[in-house]
Design a protein around this ligand. Structure first.
Ligand code: TYM
Length: 336
């Protein structure tokens, strides 16, 4: 009798820090792609709460934001029955592997990370060792699960490259210990820009008017887009280099409608900037409306969120300890 064999799925891993409001940048650069890719992979989606501690957090807000991000993952369409949705601090192997990887990561590499430089400048009074070693914890997240693919926005590319370098370095001493992961970075819209300063990326740690939060009400979204910085010309043209504000609005609109920014440019030929802003706000509002509705319903059932995270942590822990045990053995730690 013939049996149909399906090849085992590859592993996909990504994480978001549960800090501040999750933005449209997080959604377009990362979260949306998690949902698009989820069916084709064995997936883990993490709330990176240990990473969040590298800058000072209000403990109550961090706890609230962690539950809220879990609900948002699900509201955006991730199914906890299929994908593992869990919280980083619930799986102690992350911190344990991070220590080992710290011993395989060079100071020079860490000091070249642009995120470290940016965050050190922003938090000059708190340049702590955790902030410096942030990328080796991120490498541990990814390598623990023998990950093949990591969907992220463009700002995480450098961290992904370092993860690959660390994995390759360790593998050269201990062959085949880690799968070397690939980054999945969307070709367009991998870097959504701030609405108030389109030379910078949209970031949840900046002023509120500079970003759209996934949970913003429709009138707030309209107001923020109306105030979005463009330029002194009148032509709607996709030219990120010379027209960052207009190009950003075209990228957002294109992402919402699953077309390219160039196609949006053609559709809006001859229109003024007001029309572009209105098209972008209405497209964002209609994309976010069902997500917000599901989010509210999910947040009404805290027990369901807690149960989801508990089962996610158990499933993640099972996989993580398999890799960690192998690593401890290979590097020579005495086994009982
Ligand atoms: P975080 O929490 O800063 O951002 C989460 C995801 O959103 C993407 N992103 C953007 N994409 C496009 N335009 C933007 N303006 C924008 N802002 C943020 C980020 O690239 C990211 O994919 N270090 C990570 C979290 C992390 C992680 C991991 C990611 C921890 N461990 C392991 C992947 C794998 C971070 O701070 O993301």
């Amino acid at each position: 009798m013939e049996t149909t064999q399906t090849a085992p799925k590859k592993t996909l891993y990504s994480a978001i820090q549960p800090t501040g409001s999750i933005t449209l940048g997080n959604y377009i650069g990362a979260l949306r792609n998690f949902v698009l890719l989820a069916d084709d992979f064995d997936c883990l989606f993490c709330m990176a709460d240990l990473h969040a501690l590298t800058v000072r957090q209000d403990p109550a807000a961090l706890r609230r934001n962690t539950a809220s991000l879990a609900a948002l993952y699900m509201a955006c369409g991730l199914d906890p029955e299929k994908s593992i949705i869990y919280c980083q601090s619930h799986v102690p192997e992350h911190a344990e592997l991070a220590w080992i990887l710290n011993c395989f990561t060079y100071m020079g590499e860490l000091s070249r990370m642009t995120q470290f430089k940016d965050k050190s400048a922003k938090h000059a009074d708190n340049i702590n060792a955790g902030l410096f070693a942030y990328p080796s914890l991120m490498a541990a997240d990814i390598l623990l699960y023998q990950t093949n693919l990591v969907p992220v926005g463009a700002d995480q590319k450098q961290h992904l490259e370092l993860t690959r370098d660390i994995a390759t370095r360790v593998n050269s001493l201990y062959p085949n210990l880690f799968t070397v992961p690939e980054a999945y970075i969307p070709k367009t819209s991998a870097r959504i820009r701030s609405l108030s300063d389109p030379t910078r990326k949209m970031s949840k740690s900046d002023a509120e008017d500079s970003y759209i939060a996934l949970l913003d009400a429709p009138d707030v979204i309209r107001r923020k887009f109306r105030r979005a910085v463009t330029d002194s010309e009148t032509e709607i043209r996709y030219d990120p280099e010379n027209k960052p504000g207009v190009s950003n609005l075209l990228s957002i609109l294109a992402a919402m409608e699953n077309v390219t920014p160039e196609e949006e440019e053609a559709k809006l030929k001859g229109c003024n900037y007001g029309a572009l802003k209105e098209a972008a706000s209405e497209a964002v509002i209609s994309t976010l409306a069902p997500i917000q509705e599901r989010y509210q319903a999910l947040m009404g059932d805290k027990e369901h969120i807690a149960n989801t995270l508990k089962s996610g942590a158990e499933r993640a822990h099972y996989l993580a300890q398999k890799t960690l045990r192998k690593v401890y053995k290979k590097v020579g730690l005495y086994q009982l």
